[in-house]
Design a protein around this ligand. Structure first.
Ligand code: UDP
Length: 238
């Protein structure tokens, strides 16, 4: 089932259902795109119609952060939060168990190297057939390398909206696979950035932890959530 927020359709699944849908898409006969949507991306979609079009065309749109969950709640809709990092991890495990090749693109060179090393040692049987850092100018070169590697799951961590655009444009050029934009997940998997303690995760307060532990992000992130929620209350769905 899909629900609408700021004119954007979001899939309403609990975590297990969302993962199941991801697994279904892994078996699809075309390239599919998963968008893990957060408040900043709604703001981007509002000012950038190309970006909105990309989200509208995504096969799966899941509410990543607590902000989207609360926003839907304000509209009387109960939705689960599906953290992109946990969703992607489940898909990696599924691929490892089922012999499906995986590719990962994104983050700084030392970050992706360490993340790949950690993932390989933590997930038995994980077959990473291609990876590279997220700082490149020529998307076509990366598409070409991906075509040669032929993965079934491609995780892209180059930040938003860059990763969504990269995935969208890959739809016409890659063999069938599932592509997921995973933001800063490689920073966490590499151990470069610490994830919030479980208690913060359970309470949906990861954003608060992140804000406190990275004060330089405070100015950008902190006002975003209350402003986003205020907008939900005043926005009229068309
Ligand atoms: N990143 C990248 N290529 C770029 C810009 C960013 O690979 O051109 C990576 C960056 O190294 C980080 C991830 O994308 O691992 C998320 O970036 P950022 O922190 O800017 O995004 P946010 O988490 O704030 O959405």
């Amino acid at each position: 089932m899909r629900v609408s927020l700021f004119g954007i359709e979001i899939d309403k699944y609990n975590f297990e259902e969302g993962v199941k849908e991801g697994i279904n898409l892994l078996q699809s006969s075309s390239v599919s795109q998963v968008v893990t949507i957060n408040p900043e991306m709604f703001a981007q979609a509002e000012k950038d119609s190309e970006f909105k079009k990309i989200i509208d065309n995504a096969e799966l749109v899941i509410p990543d952060g607590v902000g989207v969950k609360i926003a839907l709640k304000l509209k009387g809709i109960d939705a689960s939060r599906i953290p992109g990092i946990d969703f992607a991890r489940k898909l990696l495990e599924y691929c490892a168990q089922n012999g499906l090749p995986v590719a990962i693109v994104g983050a700084k060179e030392e970050v992706i190297n360490k993340a790949v090393e950690n993932l390989k040692s933590e997930i038995e049987g994980l077959n990473i057939v291609y990876y590279r850092n997220g700082y490149f100018n020529d998307n076509n070169e990366v598409y070409k390398e991906l075509r040669n590697a032929n993965p079934k799951l491609v995780l892209v961590a180059t930040g938003s909206p860059k990763q969504e655009v990269f995935i969208y444009n890959a739809k016409n050029v890659l063999s069938p696979c599932l592509m997921v934009g995973i933001g800063g997940s490689l920073d966490v998997w590499s151990g470069t950035v610490k994830r919030a303690p479980v208690i913060f995760q359970k309470l949906g307060l990861e954003w608060l932890y992140r804000t406190l532990s990275q004060p330089e992000r405070f100015k950008r992130i902190f006002p975003a959530l209350p402003l986003f929620l205020l907008k939900v209350l005043t926005y009229k769905e068309k």
